[in-house]
Design a protein around this ligand. Sequence first.
Ligand code: SAM
Ligand code: SF4
Length: 352
Amino acid sequence: MRIDPEIPLETLTVKAESREQYTQSSLIDRFNRRIDYLRISVTDRCDLRCVYCMSEAMQFVPRSQLLTLEELYRVGKSFVDMGVGKIRITGGEPLTRRGVMQLFESLGGLDGLRELTLTTNGTLLARHAQALKAAGVSRINISLDTLRADRFRAITRTGDIRRTLAGIDAALEAGFQRVKINAVILKNRNHDEIPQLVAFAESRGMDISFIEEMPLGVIGDHDRAEVFYSSHQVLHDLQRHYALLPTTETTGGPARYYRINDSDTRVGFISPHSHNFCEHCNRVRLTAEGRLLLCLGQEHAKDLRRVVRANPLDDEPLRQAILQAMQIKPKGHAFDITAQPVLFRHMNVTGG
Ligand code: SAM
Ligand code: SF4
């Protein structure tokens, strides 16, 4: 079905009466974890080629195989019907997907969705920040691994840091509830900038999270074990400059947070290697081609595109398929930074 940009997506989805049969706790897996968070990758394409995320010559999914915006909305809405309160839009670079603002607007209007958030590289934010805020996006994560233009270009292979910095300014001006910087730290590439990145975030009232590199896909740039820089090392480096106080605050994700004295800024650590967070996993991921991935670090998945397309006028089979998928959510990831990648899927497929 082609989408007429004039028709709100809500009106295209029919027959959702039976959602009442689901309760807030419909989505529980075999390990008694409640799933209340969906991440949607709206495209695997991107205007950058970060060295830890992609190889230089990537093959992307043909556009004809992607879920349409209407189908993405149907899946998002079905999850919300079943108790999911938080949706994060990610990618690839989500803002490169044509018409994506329409999806933000439709999801943003869903009763029952508490939080609509976005992860972006920021290059197109200057253009879209105001409209994202108006659509109901409350928090934005922006990826920035360095403050140096030459390093930014080297890490992203193609990028111009000025565009991401302009995107950060636009996000701050638009007045989102929180803006957070995401930084992947690689030894001898950007590890010496850790305190400067925190100072940058603090000076603008933003949070910042440091992410350990995960071994997803063949990237052809570096040996992941060689550049590994653990969250412990990041914390250790920072403690020479800042008094960091551990907090029990959470934003519903795997990050562990610290507060800086006398500041609003939270410093987070996403540490799949040094601190396994699977026990409390509350999320699943939808790829742009409609595969529901039950774990970032495993291949357990359910093909929702087939279900959506076989039932264009009825969302009930989709909800049933989602319910069944909870039974194959694995206990945890199996990342091993020292091994050859066992997962050939790159990070841009799932959006982290
Ligand atoms: N393009 C957007 C961006 O860069 O923010 C959204 C998608 S990107 C895949 C989401 C997050 O995953 C970014 O913060 C990025 O730094 C992180 N990331 C990408 N590849 C990674 C990897 N192999 N290990 C850890 N984090 C990774
Ligand atoms: Fe693109 Fe984000 Fe991957 Fe960088 S991390 S290549 S910006 S999808």
